[in-house]
Design a protein around this ligand. Structure first.
Ligand code: GLV
Ligand code: MN
Ligand code: MN
Length: 418
């Protein structure tokens, strides 16, 4: 059995697989459009299953489509130490968001297999379904069910914008598994991800030790006015829902700025009805994404929006409704897991800093049911959710190496504890 310090992941192999899977849904601008539970998602899942099975893993799928590739340990009765992330992307996603965490986990596992290194606990690589929340809201829906935050049956009925239900889509791509989501205990969970922000690059740190994840609140807003002829309806007689939405969007930006620099607020999806150039818009649907590391500030932001909504609608003769469809409180990761990541970064000789994640991640939900932590690596210019997203081969490899060492460190901790 080789010493854990000698185990080194293969940077080329990891990079080659990132480029190979990047072609599944690859876009002309070098990114990926691989929305969850589409044919392209099925294709990358099939690829992942094949690669994992080629390494001798057993692959199981739960009834939220979450995939687990398992390599046995000495104590096969113990819950596995899991590592992974997600293979779905945004419509204009890059090649790294999520994908790196799954492929690095696969590479780490392959390194163990090649070295004949026997872990104490079983090791699993996980692919979480619908991390992005782009096609089906909310994000992290499968890890949310896994952690008992959402009901499976509720998750199955969530619809995409075209009206297709999550459960039906899951069935259509053949990934509606037999295991009940959540009936799969984990000893721990480690997730490698690109930072998706500018901090590591700005400070020239190779690795981020992620201590927690900031809170998120998502709202869906519908503003209602009256459809009317654009030529014949005087300005003072209009009930223009889009004008109301525009003023609200401006206000949402101001609310986030009022809590600078940590608060962020975004309207990313807008639907105008009937969306005809010579009809005064009668109805507008839009989404809000508010984030901050403190619950109190999120409360203040939510209240400020709640006040602005009737105020702006009254001025314009509009009505509106707003639903909070998702609330994910700020998360602090497990001290032992965070320590394992820090130790792994130090032992591997990488410069590092502690960091709170701006983006949401499956590890945030998983941390409710298993000790969890994350590893970040920098990405170029902090750009993500963008086809231009880029982390170098060396940066990806550094993250994979720290992931492997953190898992092995935690495995040793379990062995010591018996
Ligand atoms: C996931 O990408 C999120 O943070 O919304
Ligand atoms: Mn992600
Ligand atoms: Mn993402």
């Amino acid at each position: 059995m080789s010493n854990m310090r000698n185990l080194t992941i293969n940077a080329e192999r990891l990079w080659d697989e990132l480029m190979e899977t990047g072609a599944i849904g690859g876009t002309p601008k070098g990114g990926i459009c691989r929305l969850t539970l589409t044919d392209l998602d099925r294709e990358v899942r099939d690829w992942f299953k094949q690669r994992a099975e080629a390494l001798g893993c057993t692959v199981t799928v739960d009834d939220m489509g979450v995939m687990f590739a398992r390599r046995p340990g000495q104590r096969d009765d113990l819950p596995p130490i899991a590592m992974g992330s997600h293979l779905d992307t945004q419509p204009t996603g890059g090649k790294f968001d999520g994908v790196l965490g799954v492929l690095a986990a696969l590479e780490a596992l392959r390194t163990l297999v090649e070295a004949g290194y026997e872990t104490y606990a079983p090791i699993e690589v996980v692919n979480w379904t619908n991390e992005e929340g782009s096609r089906f809201a909310p994000a992290l829906i499968a890890s949310g069910v896994f952690a008992g935050v959402f009901e499976r049956d509720w998750a199955w009925t969530q619809k995409d914008r075209a009206g297709m239900a999550f459960g039906a889509a899951l069935d259509t791509i053949g990934y509606l598994g037999a295991e009940r989501c959540g009936a799969h205990p984990l000893s721990a969970f480690f997730e490698l991800h690109i930072e998706q922000g500018p901090l590591l690059e700005a400070e020239s740190r190779e690795v981020g030790i992620v201590t927690g994840v900031q809170g998120v609140r998502w709202f869906e807003v519908t503003v209602r006015g009256q459809e009317a002829h654009t030529g014949a309806t005087p300005m003072n007689l209009r009930k223009n829902a889009l004008l109301g939405a525009a003023r609200l969007i401006e206000r949402i930006d101001a609310i986030a700025l009022a809590h600078a620099p940590l608060a962020v607020g975004t309207v990313g999806l807008v639907e105008v009805r009937p969306n005809s150039r010579n009809v005064v818009p009668g109805e507008v649907f839009f989404t809000i994404d508010f984030r901050h590391p403190d619950t109190d500030v999120l409360d203040a932001m939510e209240q400020a929006f709640g006040k602005a909504l009737p105020e702006i609608c009254d001025q314009l003769g509009l009505t509106a409704s707003a639903d909070k469809i998702w609330e994910n409180p700020p998360v602090q990761f497990d001290p032992d897991c965070v320590a394992a990541v820090r130790k792994a970064a130090t032992a591997s000789g990488f410069s590092h800093r502690d960091i709170v994640s701006g983006a949401a991640h499956d590890a945030a939900y998983v941390s409710r049911v298993a000790p969890s932590a994350m590893v970040f690596v920098p990405c170029l210019g902090g750009i993500s959710h963008n086809e231009a997203e880029f982390s170098s081969k060396e940066q990806c490899a550094a993250g994979a190496q720290v992931l492997l060492q953190a898992v092995l460190d935690y495995d040793r901790l379990l062995a010591e504890r018996g």
